[in-house]
Design a protein around this ligand. Sequence first.
Ligand SMILES: Cc1cc2nc3c(=O)[nH]c(=O)nc-3n(C[C@H](O)[C@H](O)[C@H](O)COP(=O)(O)O)c2cc1C
Length: 193
Amino acid sequence: MAKISIEISKGPAAVQLPVNPVALIGSMVDGKPDFATVAAIGSVAHNPPALVTSLQPHRYSLKGIRQNMIFSVNIPSFDQMKESDYCGTVSGANTDKVKDCHFDIFYGKSDKAPLITQCPVNHALEVIEILNLQSHFMVVGRIVETFVSDDCMTNGKLDIDKVKPFLFVSRKYYSMGHYVADNSTIWKEIKLK
Ligand SMILES: Cc1cc2nc3c(=O)[nH]c(=O)nc-3n(C[C@H](O)[C@H](O)[C@H](O)COP(=O)(O)O)c2cc1C
């Protein structure tokens, strides 16, 4: 198999890998809840648990994160794909996305991290750091609370097949696919010599 080198100047959009589900970043901007859709989201630590996301400097939602240093990450199911696309297309500076999308909002311990009931997974996070990466600010957040919809659980565990997260790759949405193998057994198929 041959490999081709992709020019860095063409940017990450040239090779955008489907590594994380689409998420809705919630923040309170001037006292009003706002949600921005992101593809740039990643789980980066588990004890204590932390996530990163990256927002362009002019995002209205980033203003709210900076105001309160608290935000939320809501994982939509593909049942909320239309709403997610909407929240990634219009700005909270010009409209009330909660009203437009008929989101039912709830709060955990902080009234500065709005959470969306319709999204099966919700995290409230405190900002650890905001890094300036020029085109984006990378927000590192510590997860302080997590909520899941009870109808997405199977035998006491979160069931991804019920959550139905989706991906955004090269301006198209994809479902996550299906369970393939268990990571504690698949490696045994390679014989170590
Ligand atoms: C699927 C999708 C993924 C997106 N990912 C990001 C992202 O990772 N970072 C970002 O700054 N904007 C991203 N956007 C664009 C913002 O969501 C969009 O500009 C939104 O209107 C910002 O809302 P706000 O102005 O209320 O913060 C994405 C949009 C879509 C539709």
